[in-house]
Ligand binder design. Structure first.
Ligand SMILES: [Zn+2]
Length: 121
């Protein structure tokens, strides 16, 4: 008997039935193994997608709020932003969030007349 895939001769009794095909051992193993896909483009797009959508997903609600205020009201001093946000957060918390935003190139500090203003990147 011959293998339906590779046409190798199969010793009687060694053939494997796979959906009605008579396969040799090698082809049978090949047929039942999970399909291995090598698609560099798919991986590439997935990475790109992550890169573009990742930032928004990673923003905390506080960070989003900071960006929203800076966008609507323009550059302002950290203390002014803190006042606008209100709540229980302290300036240190705000500065930590700001550092993250700066790292993401979403916001940055700017010096004006000895004062530091935070603004969108
Ligand atoms: Zn075969």
């Amino acid at each position: 008997m011959k293998c339906d895939r590779c046409s190798e001769l199969i010793a009687p009794g060694d053939e494997r039935d796979h959906f009605g095909q008579n396969l040799c051992e090698d082809c049978y193993i090949d047929a039942i193994s999970p399909i291995k896909t090598c698609d560099p483009w798919a991986v590439h797009s997935a990475k790109n997608f992550e890169k573009h959508s990742g930032d928004e997903r990673m923003l905390t609600s506080l960070q989003s709020e900071m960006l929203r205020i800076l966008k609507e009201d323009g550059p302002m001093e950290p203390t002014a932003l803190l006042e606008k946000i209100g709540g229980d957060i302290g300036l240190k918390d705000l500065e930590r969030e700001f550092a993250t935003l700066r790292h993401m190139e979403k916001a940055r500090g700017e010096k004006q007349d000895q004062k530091v203003f935070w603004r969108l990147w």
